[in-house]
Design a protein around this ligand. Structure first.
Ligand SMILES: Nc1ncnc2c1ncn2[C@@H]1O[C@H](COP(=O)(O)OP(=O)(O)OP(=O)(O)O)[C@@H](O)[C@H]1O
Length: 313
């Protein structure tokens, strides 16, 4: 996000207290265009944030804006411009996907003919073909999630909020949904805010990730930044692990020993230095190298380290 661009959304000291719990606690965060992931364990405050951003729920204190519009006073305009895929199932069982999505398109102001055309296009884009004429009561979870996505996209929004879109899907269904979300962000050019408690999946589709826990901001950064600092080199030597570890540590490297394997933290500012240090140390000590491989940190690890609390799937 450039300094001059209007953020897709921004919050300032956003707090939401329910009688028994503080769902959001002085949250100050912003996201630019592209696909942004909002990660947090169950109850972290993700859905509450989305509802406030849509102007559906008032905050206790603080402020928020979406595409430059104030959520406190311009909720209607926000909902006109933004698509929303809610977490919970909300599909009437007796009508078809086509009827439902046409209805939603008309609700957002499209005339009937345009609504029918847009609905057909959108349902095709999300991968619902002939099934779209059948009552939705007989749909699989994957099909239902696609309909929910289609109704969020049918009025051609600039931005969509997708609340746990992979919920209830099997691994294949999850992969398909993630690919679809990526396409929404790239081919359709619609910015996306997508929530999940499954951290690994956001790593695959997001440009930027925001991590919240207990309603507080833990981290907000580009996906590259999440994993860049976490790169390590795995070094396996036949023997002499301890000497090698001592030598590298003495040279300023951060090293962990697990049996025959040494894990050396790669310097984010000068990755080449770490490789050279490992090569020189192995050579100077006359050790026999079995394996040297680069390991890219995973977003889960970053999250676990920052929270060191609740287990996250
Ligand atoms: N209307 C409400 N009344 C009272 N408490 C609420 C209400 N809505 C949410 N909460 C509470 O606020 C906290 C945050 O809920 P929220 O639904 O925003 O979390 P979440 O991160 O979306 O998790 P999940 O995916 O499980 O819904 C939870 O403790 C929840 O029980």
């Amino acid at each position: 996000m450039t300094a001059s661009a209007t953020p897709c959304f921004a919050t300032e000291g956003l707090t939401k207290r329910f009688p028994r719990v503080t769902a959001l606690d002085h949250l100050t965060v912003a996201a630019g265009t592209g696909v942004t992931g909002l990660v947090g364990a169950n109850g972290a405050g993700k859905s509450t944030l989305i509802k406030i951003l849509l102007g559906l729920v008032p905050p206790t204190s603080g402020s928020a804006s979406v595409l430059g519009l104030d959520t406190a006073t311009q909720g209607l305009e926000i909902r006109r411009t933004v698509g929303y895929m809610p977490e919970h199932d909300c599909l009437p069982p007796d009508i078809s996907a086509t009827e439902f999505v046409v209805h939603m398109a008309q609700m957002s102001g499209l005339p009937r003919t345009a609504a029918r055309e847009r609905a057909a296009d959108t349902l095709r884009h999300v991968g619902l073909d002939e099934e779209r004429y059948r009552p939705m009561g007989g749909y699989s979870t994957g099909m239902r999630q696609r309909v929910k996505l289609a109704q969020a996209l049918v009025h051609d929004p600039r931005l969509v909020f997708l609340d746990e879109p992979t919920n209830g899907l099997d691994p294949q269904g999850r992969d398909d949904m993630l690919a679809l979300i990526r396409r929404v962000g790239t081919e359709f050019g619609i910015s996306v805010l997508v929530t999940s408690h499954l951290l690994g999946e956001l790593e695959r589709v997001c440009d930027h990730v925001i991590v919240i826990d207990g309603g507080r901001l833990l981290r907000s950064s580009a996906i590259r930044e999440f994993t860049r600092a976490e790169q390590t080199i795995a070094v396996e030597v036949e023997e002499g692990q301890r000497q090698l570890a001592d030598r590298l540590t003495g040279g300023g490297e951060t090293v962990a020993v697990q049996g025959r394997l040494l894990t050396v933290q790669v310097s984010p500012d000068d990755p080449g230095r770490t490789y050279d240090a490992v090569r020189d140390a192995v050579s100077d000590l006359g050790l026999s190298l079995l394996r040297l491989e680069q390991r890219r940190g995973r977003i889960e690890d970053v999250f676990k380290e920052s929270t060191a609390k609740e287990p996250v799937a």
